[in-house]
Write a protein that binds this ligand. Structure first.
Ligand code: TXA
Ligand code: MG
Length: 345
């Protein structure tokens, strides 16, 4: 039986969904939930059997730890054996929000959540449903993105239903995600923040909040950080179609690049924000905003749409090389099909 999808568009529906969801979570079940970044697959973070079900539903390798979601800084501190001054500053600046802090794991958090590691990723999300359901449960929720391992993250309830609907009993529909890509993951175990996964809260914002002048330390973004963020070592965030990031001068230049890739025009979709192609059928040319936040909100839904339309190739116009776009550049790099000049690694 496919999952039941619970709407939340009125306060009555929202509180009914919170009650139903909390009931399932207390019973050790895994459910699909909205957050402001992407949808999550949630279970009681303090119940190792419930967390084991997350790994099973997602097909997630056991070495990849899961983020714990809380509804307050107090609950975050309870998840950690050593809450650093840096963690406190970043939490004060950005929570609730799209920031995950990696801190020392408290013994309350079962090892399965952290894949046996001594640190735990903690996030206080902004979505009203998540805050209400965590409050109702009284325990933190472990939740990875609600997609099958290595596939595209969902940004609406329909995406979750499509990928995992037959494995879940309940999905809460909290609307389209407001941020649209996964949270920024920052190692806050020391004095200096280390960005393990870039996101929409960018490096300058994190350093400003940490009270550290930019350039005072070396490169702190560790995109494939040596086993520090295990999930970062894998191909990730991928649509089914092959994907390449490219710049083109004009239609001729784009056509040449498509030929070089072996991308057949009738099965190629273009995501452009600045240089719009004119020769492909208009239904295959998707305009996404030339603004990092609006681009993030649209990106995954458009990639899902290309997949649903049967795209073989998706060509995405290269993004500006500035910090505000770094999270998006990272996701597109991971989604890229390996090959000569694809920039994927
Ligand atoms: O926005 C988000 O972060 C979403 C929503 C649902 O909160 N969650 C999410 O979870 O993207 P997931 O599991 O798909 O990605 C979490 C990333 C993975 O790359 C994982 O390796 C890393 O965070 N991570 C989790 N715990 C960690 C830890 N203790 N140390 C280092 N990296 C960690
Ligand atoms: Mg994920």
């Amino acid at each position: 039986m496919p999952a039941e999808v619970l709407p939340t568009d009125t306060t009555a529906l929202l509180s009914a969904a919170v009650n139903r969801a909390a009931e399932r979570l207390r019973a050790g079940e895994v459910i699909g939930v909205p957050t402001e970044t992407v949808y999550g697959l949630a279970a009681n973070a303090l119940d190792p059997d419930a967390v084991a079900r997350i790994y099973a539903v997602k097909g997630r390798p056991a070495h990849n730890p899961i983020i714990v979601h809380v509804d307050s800084r107090a609950m975050a501190r309870e998840c950690s054996s050593h809450w650093t001054p840096l963690a406190e500053r970043l939490a004060a600046a950005f929570w609730p929000g799209a920031l995950t802090l990696v801190v020392a794991r408290s013994s309350r958090i079962p090892e399965i959540v952290t894949a046996g590691g001594s640190t735990v990723g903690v996030r206080w999300p902004q979505h009203p449903f998540m805050n209400a359901v965590i409050r109702a449960c009284g325990f933190p929720l472990a939740a990875p993105s609600a997609n099958l391992a290595n596939r595209l993250s969902p940004t609406n309830a329909g995406h979750v239903l499509g990928q995992l609907g037959d494995q879940l009993s309940l999905i809460v529909d909290g609307g389209d995600c407001n941020v649209g890509i996964e949270s920024t993951v920052v190692d806050a175990t020391g004095d200096v923040p280390r960005i393990l996964r870039p996101g929409m809260i960018d490096e300058p914002a994190i350093f400003a909040a940490a009270g550290i002048a930019p350039g005072a330390v070396g490169n702190t973004i560790t995109p494939a950080g040596p086993l520090r963020s295990p999930g970062q070592l894998e191909k990730h965030y991928s649509p089914r179609a092959r994907l390449a990031v490219r710049s083109w001068r004009d239609d001729d230049d784009l056509a040449r690049q498509m030929t070089a890739l072996g991308a057949r025009p009738e099965h190629t979709y273009i995501l452009a924000h600045t240089c719009l192609p004119h020769r492909l059928p208009p239904s295959q040319v998707i305009l996404i905003p030339d603004d990092a936040e609006a681009f993030a909100r649209a990106l995954y839904a458009q990639l899902h749409r290309c997949d649903d339309a049967g795209a073989e190739w998706i060509l995405v116009e290269a993004l500006p090389d500035i910090p505000a776009w770094a999270g998006l550049t990272d996701r597109l790099r991971r989604a890229s099909t390996p090959g000569p000049g694809s920039g994927s690694g």
